[in-house]
Design a protein around this ligand. Structure first.
Ligand SMILES: NC(=O)c1ccc[n+]([C@@H]2O[C@H](COP(=O)([O-])OP(=O)(O)OC[C@H]3O[C@@H](n4cnc5c(N)ncnc54)[C@H](O)[C@@H]3O)[C@@H](O)[C@H]2O)c1
Length: 243
């Protein structure tokens, strides 16, 4: 199996793209730590994995708190002994007119989407560097490349930050045989976007994407088939933006 003996952490694994990644990694042989603030959702994803005979644990944390991130990594190491793969899907989004955007909303968005991704990467990299092996995939966004369409400037800025953070970490981690890339979805049908009213006619491929279609690309980046790709940002947007 593609990920036999590999240990993975998926943040945001309770829902949407993270859930699809957790299930798919497990189906392909990986042990999965499902990490999320939504404890019940994380447990549900974990149960689905265990039912199919694969190994998984669920861990409730807030990725924007460094003590929580330390706790999660310690738990994974105690349970599975190492970390090979980190997929950072946890995040929040907001529809907000720029004129109405508040300082608190700005801080909260950047704290979860950008700082949370930084904290997870920095802590997990310490472990990956010891083993001189690792794959990290962060979630950017179409909005982080072209500016917010449906979403607030705080969200778009946080995701532009994630894309550039990814390139910086990729340069730091490359000498240790660790690949670090981002994936930027366009309009994907998940809990996060259920009220957005995306118009499929604006998508060249003519439809909204599924979480599984993003997970497929993330799994490629978690596999050794992508071993010569690092610091890349891969668009998964049905052709809405061709960078
Ligand atoms: N759905 C889309 O169209 C789309 C487009 C571009 C980018 N993305 C990005 O993809 C990622 C996954 O999005 P999704 O659509 O699956 O969303 P989702 O809302 O279905 O899942 C996000 C998960 O993150 C968790 N989370 C939120 N804050 C957290 C925190 N502080 N600590 C731990 N967990 C936290 C939530 O509980 C939830 O389970 C996000 O980073 C999102 O910004 C999504």
């Amino acid at each position: 199996m593609l990920f036999e003996d590999k240990v993975s952490i998926v943040t945001g694994g309770a829902s949407g793209i993270g859930k699809a990644c957790a299930l798919s990694l497990a189906e392909n042989g990986a042990k999965v730590a499902v990490v999320d603030l939504n404890e019940k959702g994380a447990e549900e994803t974990t149960s689905k994995i265990l039912e199919k005979g694969s190994q998984a644990i669920s861990i409730k944390i807030d990725i924007s708190k460094s003590e929580d991130v330390d706790k999660a990594v310690d738990t994974v190491l105690k349970s599975f002994g190492k970390i090979d793969i980190l997929v950072n899907c946890a995040g929040i989004c907001q529809i907000r007119n720029f004129d109405d955007l508040t300082e608190n909303e700005w801080d909260k968005m950047l704290s979860i989407n950008l700082k949370g991704t930084f904290l997870m990467c920095q802590r997990v990299l310490k472990e990956m560097k010891k083993n001189r092996y690792g794959k990290i995939v962060n979630l950017g966004s179409l909005a982080g490349e072209v500016g917010g369409i449906y979403v607030g400037a705080n969200y778009a800025a946080s995701k532009a930050g994630v894309i550039c953070l990814t390139k910086s970490i990729a340069k730091n981690a490359a000498p240790y045989n660790i690949n670090v890339n981002s994936v930027s979805p366009g309009f994907i049908n998940t809990e996060m976007t259920k009220d957005f009213g995306y118009d499929p006619k604006t998508v060249p491929l003519g439809r909204i994407g599924t979480p599984e279609e993003v997970a497929d690309v993330i799994l490629f980046l978690c596999s050794d088939a992508s071993r010569y790709i690092t610091g890349a940002n891969i668009d998964v947007n049905g052709g809405v933006f061709m960078g």
